[in-house]
Design a protein around this ligand. Sequence first.
Ligand code: ZN
Length: 177
Amino acid sequence: MRRAWFVCEGCGEEHPAVELYRCPACSGELNLRYDSAALRRRGAFAAHWKENGSLWRRFASLLLQEDEAQIMSLEEGSTPLVCSDKLAARFGVNALHFKLESCNPIGSFKDRQVSVGMSKARELGHTRFGTASSGNVAASPCPPTPRVPAPAPTCGSRAASPRPSASRSRSTAPSDS
Ligand SMILES: [Zn+2]
């Protein structure tokens, strides 16, 4: 049973979720689709998504990683969710929450996609990585502490500076900022 597959934005053709970057039929962009009914039947996503921990623990049932030994992670994810009473009052809503993605290992929400992408690439046998970004996508593959497993990735650009790590604990405590 297939867990996920690509659907072409251009022609609507479906393709297996393998190493494809464009639709082989029309070069259209590919979007990933999941068998959500099968996901519900298995129950793994419902059982783990509320857990505190890296995206690899919480969302494993959605990720297409087959070989866990190739996962390259600095425990991305589980960034704090804080609420701002002042801004909630200003906008006239009961509560306003902010997800602090700057608490990811390299300070960006891009850390999540880089961990997933590099891990899958390693599984597919790739050992060198590059980015076309001069921002936080470029910084994320090159953390001060390399993601495991070794060898560390080869990077093409590193324009953005990593930020010091902040508290990784999940919090819903009110915040005035
Ligand atoms: Zn197509």
